[in-house]
Write a protein that binds this ligand. Sequence first.
Ligand code: GLN
Length: 255
Amino acid sequence: MKLKICHLYPDLLDLYGDRGNVMVLAARSRWRGIETEVQKKSLGEQPDYDDIDILFIGGGSDREQNLLVVDLQRHERELRQAIEDGLVVLAICGGYQLLGQYYQAGNGLKMPGLGILDLWTAAGDKRCIGNVVVRLDETLRAAADTSGESDATLVGFENHSGKTYLGEGIQPLGKVLHGCGNNGEDGGEGTRYKNVFGTYLHGPLLPKNPHLADLLLKLAWRRRGFAGDFTSLDSRLEREAHETMVQRILAGSHR
Ligand code: GLN
């Protein structure tokens, strides 16, 4: 069993060290003794979506998004099929926006998304910048089958002009306790559709949210029929970093 992670547009969509998410997924898989391969694909390159287990797309400025939007459209058919077949995807901010119907940037440019997620994004009149704490939706906590207090939240950092609105068919990852989240209006942050997780949380996200990293790995392993036990790791440091930030942010001492 080899776990294959593909990092799409690592040279263009990598705000706030989003590549750290790929490093965490690869490390937490290797620490469990699973051979893990990381592929990098950018403009003009397309992964074999039938042969990868996790796809990662990071965030980027309007300029970078516009540079790749035409190239990304070429992935639509294969990526849609893979997602419907359960491919695990983590998409951050700009990458998240482009999985939806469109992203209307602040300069009026309307970038077509892949239309795979039932959501749309339009730039607001002020940017959402700052730390974010999200209380995870119960269904997500159940899927992660964890019960620890620090598994009930996500913590990260947001910087986006886009306000994302979810269609009827999909739900947010959870409720914003601090920060904007999807749009600063409906209290939701991110979304999950099948095994696709979209979020505005940079940081990078996964080092301080090991429970989400492990959920993504579990889903990818199960999809490949991996029957082995999902050995738990000593995540004390990660959880301590998570809890420290959650408390600091909610105490208002860290805007
Ligand atoms: N350019 C998009 C926006 O401003 C996404 C930003 C990001 O990826 N952090 O909303």
